[in-house]
Every structure is written in C-alpha cells, then in structure tokens.
Write a protein that binds this ligand. Structure first.
Ligand SMILES: Nc1nc2c(ncn2[C@@H]2O[C@H](COP(=O)(O)OP(=O)(O)OP(=O)(O)O)[C@@H](O)[C@H]2O)c(=O)[nH]1
Ligand SMILES: [Mg+2]
Length: 271
C-alpha cells in the first residue's frame, strides 16, 4: 500500500464522509479501486471537478452513474468563487441522520470529511474555495500536497486535505495514459514526447478537433502531426530540425489548460 493510502486508512474512522474529487475529463480513470476499499461504507460526495473543461452534456451521464443510495455526484469548477458551497450542502444532506443523532445527544454536530482523489484533480483548490481563502497549497502539477492537513471551514464542517493517491500498480495502459494526459502522474517520470504522440493519436480517434485547433491537415501519423505543429509554430532548431521536445510539451500543456476546447476522454456510457 502506498504511504498516502495508508494514511487514509489510518484516518478514515475519524471522518463522517468522503469528498471524492474526480477530474471530469477522465472520471473512470480517477476512481482508484484500492481507495474504494478504504472508504467503503462512508457517504461519498463525488466532485466531478474541472467541469469547465468538458462538454456539460457528457458530464450529466457521470452524475447519474455516480449517484446512489449513499453517494451523490455534482459537477464542479473549483476555480469559480463560491462554487464549492454545493459540496458543503451535499455533505449536510448525506450526513443528516448522523447530525440529528448527535444533536439529540447534545453533541455539536460538526461534519468531518476527508477529501481524496488522484494527484492534481483539484482537492486543495476545492478546499480553498470552500473556505474562501488559500488555506492549502495548490499547483498545476502532481504531488503538490505532501501531507494531510485539517482545515476548519466553519463551526459545522471540517475537511481533511490529503496528498493525491495513485494505484499501487498502473497495470492498465489506457488508465495510465489518461492519468498522464490530465497531469496526475509526475512529469518527471513521464516521457513527454511519447505522451504527446499518444495524446495526438487518441484525440484524432475522437474527431477532428485536434487538427482544426492547430490548423493542420489530418495525417496518417501522430509524428507527422507533431512536425506539422512545429512548422506552424516555428519551433525549429539550428540546422532546420523541428524542436519536437518543445512542441510535444506545448501540445500537452494546451490539452491540460483546455486550449483545445472542451474534451472528455471517458464517456459514461462506455464504462
Ligand atoms: N480548469 C480548472 N482547473 C482547476 C479546477 N480545480 C483545480 N484546478 C487546477 O488544477 C491544478 C491542481 O489543483 P490542486 O488543488 O493543487 O490539486 P490537488 O488535487 O490538491 O493536487 P495534489 O495535492 O498534487 O494531489 C491547479 O492548477 C488548479 O488551479 C477546476 O475546477 N477547473
Ligand atoms: Mg493538493
């Protein structure tokens, strides 16, 4: 078990509910089976975060799929101010019985929730949004949060920020790639050039948004597309060679920052 999972296991008994933060571009890949085992039986609010990066219609299928007896799912853009209040209200709803029981015993009905999810899914941003200020560190890369941190939102809600958890073994190649595309795997351990070719391949299989975005002609190979983008952008090295390192980094960055438009990698009816 990874250290972050072990830490979740240690603290799970202390919390009333879990906020499971998923990246809306790849919700299925963000669901970690090892984590599911640790949080079993807890009420869960699934935050389909970064909802601003995907077509709204596609996300509705995920909301239906993830909403159940003890779970509820919401679309969220944690960078829009006050948007995370919906999480607080869903937590109150899911924990209503527990709150009533505590009140009946004269105990202060504070809800304690653990915020979990893969690296870079926006856990700390969501918590800052809830408190209305930057109480936790955030950043556009995997592994920003290093240790767990309790944050008091108000007298009725306390949340635990946790470092992102990945599968112990990323055996499934498609899932591993999806997580790399969305920035959940540290860039230091990913080959940016190979990753950009995989991304181009995937996006081209989904339609023509990619070639339209870059104003290039569709080709039969991701490498040709990468070269065409390098030529278009003038990313040329001395000796007239294409600067493929710079181009591949730019392609990945464009995808992650939503510059290719709203794209969902995993549709709910396919999982
Ligand atoms: N577009 C968009 N970006 C978001 C959203 N939420 C978070 N981000 C961005 O995603 C990046 C990662 O956010 P963090 O809050 O640091 O993610 P984290 O899950 O805490 O990451 P770790 O601590 O590394 O596990 C930051 O650049 C945020 O600004 C969102 O709803 N929409
Ligand atoms: Mg964090």
């Amino acid at each position: 078990m990874t250290k972050s999972l072990r830490e979740i296991d240690d603290k799970i008994k202390l919390v009333d509910a879990v906020v499971y933060v998923l990246d809306s571009r790849a919700p299925f890949s963000c669901i970690n089976p090892s984590l599911n085992k640790a949080i079993i039986d807890k009420p869960i609010v699934y935050a389909l975060n970064k909802a601003d990066t995907v077509p709204d219609k596609e996300l509705s299928g995920w909301v239906d799929k993830l909403t159940g007896k003890n779970t509820v799912a919401v679309k969220l853009n944690s960078t829009a101010s006050n948007s995370a209040q919906i999480i607080a209200s869903k937590l109150r709803l899911l924990c209503a019985d527990k709150i009533e029981k505590k009140k009946a015993r004269g105990i202060n009905a504070v809800i304690r929730a653990m915020v979990v999810g893969v690296p870079n899914s926006g856990k700390s941003t969501l918590i800052n949004n809830l408190c209305g200020r930057a109480k936790t560190a955030t950043g556009n890369k995997a592994g920003v949060t290093r240790g767990q941190q309790w944050v008091k939102i108000d007298n009725y809600l306390e949340v635990l920020d946790t470092p992102g958890t990945l599968y112990p073994k990323l055996a499934d190649q498609t899932i591993a790639l999806n997580l790399a595309f969305i920035g959940s795997i540290r860039d230091e351990v990913v080959d940016t050039y190979e990753l950009s070719l995989e991304l181009i391949n995937r996006l081209n299989r989904m339609g023509n948004a990619f070639t339209v975005r870059y104003g290039i002609c569709p080709s039969d190979s991701p490498l040709k597309d990468l070269c065409a983008i390098a030529a278009k952008r003038g990313y040329i090295l001395k000796g007239n060679e294409y600067d493929l390192a710079r181009t591949s980094a730019a392609v990945i960055d464009d995808f992650r920052k939503g510059r290719m438009g709203k794209i969902i990698l995993e549709k709910s009816n396919e999982h």
